[in-house]
Design a protein around this ligand. Structure first.
Ligand code: DOR
Length: 444
């Protein structure tokens, strides 16, 4: 090919919709201009990817970056630095900030902050409340909106819509796919006495599999009644995975690296309240059925549910200790290690972290290595052996539940719209994040 490119990614092994193979990529104006055998001489910059795999940019469709309101835990800048160091090119951020992201003003404020300070591309969920239901059709289409998020059970922050009438109104109002935290609030309240002071392991007993299943059954029933599409976040139980496998026409499914990697009681023994999250980590029998769902294609996407809290906050005695753990930086290495262990293929990883988010959220021009798409790439070394340590973590919270874990497979480079943003553990250049665009909000 004799065209000129701003850059060429040369000599890498591409993992794409047509399989795995050696191909170069020519980039022009931040977009993919050509895929194939490309002469290095035709490029301004040549990125040598020999010996590396070039994946479509990894999209993490569930993170909590805490800004505005709890910048001591995380900021949009630090959260996004953590993302790009971990090979993540775009994030969808959650609305349980302070103020809550429940209005056009709050969303516009986050988008402006993102443009100013984020290193990766971004979109923000709009939180549903009982008061903003009539505004949701407009809010879900605004620039930078990832769609609507509903907490059906209480978690960090005070977003909650748990009554039948309000949930029905939300599902009747919206037209994009909305994301749900699915745990049954009534059961959580009723069973609060199950928690044992000072014992984070009782968190899993309190927020039991029934609480998750009751809520997910109800959600699917309401989705059917209203002809709505629902995205069920962080599935933790075998029963839900089995149930959702029967309802793929209306429900998409997220799994997290934490639920796929940690089991209880071991995680509480090793990590104490650092292992406390909602929905909780569960035992090996549940985890086996999560992997069944991943293997059988029931799971559509992986989300990290990056939910940082400081070590001081986590050191409070349970149940005062907050729920959630960081994860945006460790999603890629933890899952590549699972790939190397034979638990999923590299193609399936790409399906879960690029094609899946594009398909279920209707992202324009991301999630695929194809001419005309954004030049977003996660470049990985499948053979690199590393030990994950706290001092590698750029999140403001400064820790990871995976500290001390040795993995094989590591993110070497993060390229966003043609810009090399991370290379070999170093962040290059300034923040340059842009809002992700969606098919159903192109007029926004
Ligand atoms: O463990 C969790 N922490 N689960 C959630 O749903 C929210 C999150 C947070 O924001 O801390």
């Amino acid at each position: 090919m004799s065209e000129n490119f701003d850059s060429v990614i040369k000599g890498g092994t591409l993992v794409n919709h047509d399989g795995i193979g050696k191909r170069d990529i020519g980039v022009r104006g931040g977009r993919i201009a050509a895929i194939g055998d490309i002469a290095a001489a035709s490029a301004g910059e040549v990125i040598d990817a020999a010996g590396l795999h070039v994946l479509p940019g990894v999209i993490d469709s569930q993170v909590h970056f805490r800004e505005p309101g709890a910048e001591h835990k995380e900021t949009l800048a630090d959260g996004s630095r953590s993302a790009v160091l971990g090979g993540v090119t775009a994030v969808f951020e959650m609305p349980n900030t302070d103020p809550l992201t429940t209005s056009a003003e709050a969303l516009a404020d986050k988008v402006a902050r993102g443009r100013k300070g984020m290193f990766c591309d971004f979109a923000f969920y709009v939180g549903a409340t009982r008061k903003n239901i009539d505004d949701l059709p407009e809010l879900e289409r605004l620039p930078g909106a990832a769609g609507v998020k509903v907490f059906m059970g209480s978690s960090t922050g005070n977003l909650l819509v748990d009554d039948e009438e309000s949930l029905s109104r939300v599902l009747a109002a919206i037209s994009r796919r909305a994301a749900f935290h699915s745990e049954d609030e009534a059961r959580l309240v009723e069973r609060q006495g199950v928690r044992r002071e000072g014992d984070p392991a009782s968190h899993t007993e309190w927020r039991d599999p029934q609480a998750a299943l009751i809520s997910t059954r109800r959600l699917v029933r309401l989705a059917r009644e209203h002809g709505a599409r629902v995205h069920v976040l962080h599935i933790s139980t075998g029963e839900e995975m089995e149930f959702l496998s029967q309802h793929k026409d209306v429900a998409s499914v997220e799994a997290t690296p934490q639920h796929l990697t940690f089991t209880v009681p071991e995680a509480y023994e090793a990590l104490g309240a650092k292992a406390q999250m909602n929905p909780p980590l569960r035992d090996a029998a549940h985890q086996r059925r999560l992997w069944w769902g991943l293997d059988q294609g029931v799971v559509d996407v992986l989300g990290s549910d990056h939910a940082p809290h400081t070590l001081e906050e986590k050191a409070q005695s349970y149940p005062a200790s907050p729920s959630g753990m960081p994860g945006v930086q460790t999603l890629v290495p933890i899952m590549l290690d699972h790939v190397n262990a034979g638990r999923l293929s590299l193609e399936r990883f790409v399906d879960l972290t690029s094609h899946g988010p594009q398909r279920i959220f209707g992202i324009t021009s991301k999630g695929r290595i194809a001419a005309g798409y954004d030049a977003d790439f996660t470049i990985v070394d499948m053979a690199e052996e590393r030990t994950i340590e706290d001092d590698w973590i750029a999140s403001k919270c400064g820790w990871t539940p995976f500290a001390g874990r040795s993995v094989t497979g590591w993110p070497k480079g993060t390229i966003i719209r043609g810009r090399r943003v991370m290379w070999e553990d170093e962040i290059l250049g300034q923040a340059g994040g842009e809002p992700v665009r969606f098919v159903e909000a192109l007029g926004g």
